[in-house]
Ligand binder design. Structure first.
Ligand code: SF4
Ligand code: SF4
Length: 587
């Protein structure tokens, strides 16, 4: 019989407000005199005895705060957990496998233990083999992996033959932990000679003397990667190393991370941008399970097969279907809308912002279309969006008729105590089916904004923006912190919004696959970051992609099975053919 686990979200459990431990009064096992649901008087939370629970589901349905989940683990799962955080808390099965000379990727949904797995490898969490009351001897942890590649790795870890360096996911926390310049931070962690090399490879020179508190998100990401490498190690762990970076920087970072792997060094990476994950890694562990409840790590696969299996939702070797449907990022035919109806147009624009000069060629946006915006960081994308939103005025040139604009900014910082339900009231009243349900916002209703994770805050902010009464929606980096499945859901929600409400959506993003799937047309920014930027377009997709990719110097092909875009190896037959035909974008 499949093992059953109960998960209680401590943050959502409010016994005083539900009628004094309501669930204890409703549980049929409790009514027989047994103590299936107990009350923890110290923590003032409910607790469920998983051995006594029959899985009737009454408590999950009746808890007014949706604090309880009762889950049957997959029948095929024979192993015990490698770690459980506590009673009725998240549990993790197995670990990803670092291999010397290789870059191993980890791919999976948010909230299923990817960062926990990295923290175990990084020795930040000591695995307890499912028994949270004791700390088992490390020999028992090694025995868990007997006969696998992991056994040898853990034996070396125990003998201190492996030194680790770990880049955490949230680089935005660095300014809270360090005051000083980028140079001072990096000098603290690495030798001067290595520093010079890393600064050059990661292109940090322009902001070495900038205080950490003043660098942008993308710069902070590069500083965090530099610090990780400068610490020196033979196992590097990178948790989402490309968030906040533009595509050019993502490719540069991918090459840099790949170059770290050699016979004495292993690299493990968590990444949600599938084109970049494909480019950066040799092998892949897929993680699947249920958000906030449990996570299982698959066996190692080649990156190509692994990504295809993930999209398909089926692991052949393990014979496990972990998702009912395929994820398809394949573009449908270009939309034929009849005669386009213009919404807003602009004549040639210019704007000087400090030392930065922004120019925009004349262009227009139509109703019921989604226009993707591509370009490097610091090249004027956000400033252009702010001009359309009327937040800044151009120096020369005109933006035509005024339209109502709703804007989601790139950085979402909030220390607010406001409840999610309060924040998105308008969406709940008007767009429950279109926005709240597909983006799974109900689960967060009783949380405060300041308690949300990066991915949760992103979804809430998208919902807030899209629920406004506007004709033009501007979304700046909506894919940041979202996993692959959430990116697909967001794409569908945006598509439906444009169709149903006959509105226009502008999307700035650096995930090429996401933008390729979502957009009807493309705007391309060219120029030199922090000095000058020129807006061109909107173009038809193929034309815009060709312009952007030719400047970037990469060609894309489609994977034969999944049809997803993949970067061609520079100099490969396909790469040379496509360059010759000037087809940088697969057709
Ligand atoms: Fe009340 Fe729900 Fe907590 Fe049970 S889990 S005590 S019903 S809030
Ligand atoms: Fe009790 Fe389990 Fe039923 Fe909940 S699911 S009411 S804990 S038996």
């Amino acid at each position: 019989m499949a093992k059953r686990i109960a998960i209680i979200d401590r943050m959502k459990c409010h016994p005083r407000e539900c009628g004094n431990f309501l669930c204890t009064k409703l549980c049929p096992v409790n009514s027989t005199g047994a103590e299936c649901i107990k009350t923890n008087e110290i923590a003032k939370k409910a607790l469920i005895d998983e051995f006594l629970c029959t899985g009737c589901g009454i408590c999950t349905k009746r808890c007014p705060f949706n604090a309880i989940d009762i889950i049957n683990l997959p029948e095929s799962l024979k192993q015990e957990p490698i770690h459980r955080y506590g009673e009725n808390m998240f549990e993790l099965f197995s670990l990803p496998t670092p291999l010397f000379g290789q870059v191993t990727g980890i791919l999976g949904r948010n909230g299923i233990g990817k960062s926990t797995a990295l923290k175990i490898l990084a020795k930040q969490i000591q695995p307890n083999l499912g028994d949270w009351k004791t700390t088992p001897d490390f020999k028992e942890v090694i025995a868990y992996f007997k006969g696998t590649e992991m056994q040898g790795f853990l034996e070396r870890l125990q003998k201190d033959e492996i030194s680790l360096s770990y880049k955490p996911q949230q680089v935005d926390l660095i300014p809270k932990q360090f005051q000083g310049t980028v140079r001072e931070l990096l000098q603290k962690v690495g030798k001067e000679q290595c520093l010079k090399e890393v600064v050059e490879q990661l292109q940090l020179i322009d902001f070495m003397d900038t205080p950490i508190a003043h660098v942008s998100g993308g710069e902070l990401q590069k500083v965090a990667i530099a610090a990780t490498v400068l610490r020196g190690a033979n196992l590097f762990l990178f948790d989402e190393p490309t968030s906040y970076l533009d595509i050019k920087q993502r490719i540069n970072i991918s090459k840099f991370i790949r170059s770290l792997a050699n016979e004495k060094t292993a690299v493990v990476v968590i990444e949600h941008d599938l084109i970049i994950l494909d480019y950066m890694t040799d092998l892949l562990n897929i993680m699947y399970g249920q958000e906030g409840a449990y996570g299982i790590v698959s066996g190692l696969k080649s990156t190509r097969e692994g990504i295809n299996a993930f999209l398909e939702g089926y692991l052949r070797e393990e014979n496990v279907r972990f998702r009912g449907s395929h994820i398809k990022f394949e573009r449908t035919q270009d939309k034929h809308l009849g005669i386009p109806k213009p919404l807003i147009s602009w004549a040639k624009l210019s704007k000087k912002l400090g030392n930065f000069q922004l120019t925009a060629e004349a262009g227009l946006l139509n109703r019921n279309e989604i226009v993707g915006i591509l370009g490097e960081n610091g090249i004027g994308k956000t400033s252009f969006i702010k001009m359309l939103a009327g937040l800044i005025e151009p120096d020369t040139g005109d933006i035509g008729q005024k339209v109502k604009v709703s804007y989601k900014p790139q950085y979402l910082e909030t220390d607010s105590d406001v409840l999610v339900l309060e924040f998105v009231t308008e969406a709940v009243n008007k767009y429950a089916i279109q926005l709240i349900r597909p983006l799974e916002i109900e689960k967060m209703f009783t949380k405060k904004l300041k308690e949300l994770s990066g991915g949760e805050l992103q979804r809430v902010s998208i919902v807030k923006c899209l629920s406004q009464d506007a004709e033009l929606f501007l979304l700046d980096e909506p894919s940041a912190y979202l996993d692959v499945e959430q990116r697909l859901l967001v794409s569908k929600v945006i598509r439906n919004l444009a169709d149903e409400r006959n509105v226009t959506v502008l999307v700035v993003d650096h995930d090429l696959m996401f933008l390729d799937y979502l957009s009807d047309r493309l705007i391309v920014f060219q120029g030199i970051p922090a000095r000058q930027g020129t807006l061109k377009g909107p173009f038809k997709m193929e034309e815009g992609m060709n312009l952007f990719l030719s400047e970037l110097g990469i060609t894309l092909r489609r994977d034969l099975n999944s049809k997803r875009p993949r970067i061609n190896k520079p100099g490969s037959v396909k790469d040379r053919e496509q360059r010759q035909e000037n087809k940088w974008y697969y057709s």
